[in-house]
Ligand binder design. Sequence first.
Ligand code: BMA
Length: 308
Amino acid sequence: MLIKRYKNNPILTTNDVPYPVATVHNAGVIKHNGKYIMIFRSHKLNGRSILGKAVSDDGYNFKVDNEPFMTPATSGLFKEYEEYGLEDPRIVFIDGEYLITYSAYSRHGVRIALAKTKDFNTVERFSLITQADYRNVVIFPEKFNGLYARLDRPHSEISPWSVWISYSPDLRYWGEAKLIMKPLQYHWDEMKIGPGAPPIKTSRGWLSIYHGVFPTMDGSVYRLGVALHSLKDPSKIIAVGDEWILQPEEMYEITGYVHNVVFTCGAVPEEDGSVKIYWGGADKVMCVGTAIIEELVDHCLDNPRDAL
Ligand code: BMA
């Protein structure tokens, strides 16, 4: 078992939120000043999503702020593109600030918005960094040849939904886009894949935890897998682990708002070589588990499948 589920999962539920919500899931998590900051997604009781914030000393016991962290913008360009809600935030620290990327839903489709904060008390919307239809943008916590790099997942009618990379000099203008990893036919991720947590730097490559979806007669199953990207050139995938690392097994993953889902937006590497991986269980609750980073790298290298 590569991921050890925390014994007191789920770690956050709607009961912990002091305002009315139907779900608590798909959270980005990062360490800031020794504390774990979790930005989580909640469906409101009208089915549209907002982002909440919770803080923890140990990464397991979180306390939720009294008010939501971000709700749809009420003015300007963001108002038009966030009308239907904010979903699935990822957080990364680079150049002295935290970048939060989230899905902005509106009548025009889903785009990715980027917001910045230095302290998680105030947050500033920076730019809408994709057109419709993209989801799952994760930014690397380091630059490559002076450029920011991100993984994302555009929607396509022709190709199964795959992982792409692109680059930016300023976080606003992105280019040099390239498809780097595809779902594999008749495999646990055959329907679609998407980046999960922001990549983690290891001595053997960037470790990326992604989600893969398999269609069944009983609906789709969301699982997690791992891929390893070259340290110098993240568009080069060194290996993708053939087997998933996590699948819905506990009751809180099998049943909830959407059945059979484990979905990650955040993982926190620790100094002892472990990583806390956070995932939404059945789009309803937040869960955490621990893994050994080097074992996840071995998992990619020992039994790889083709990336493309
Ligand atoms: C995806 C996204 C995720 C969600 C998953 C399972 O398309 O909407 O936010 O966790 O479906 O419902």
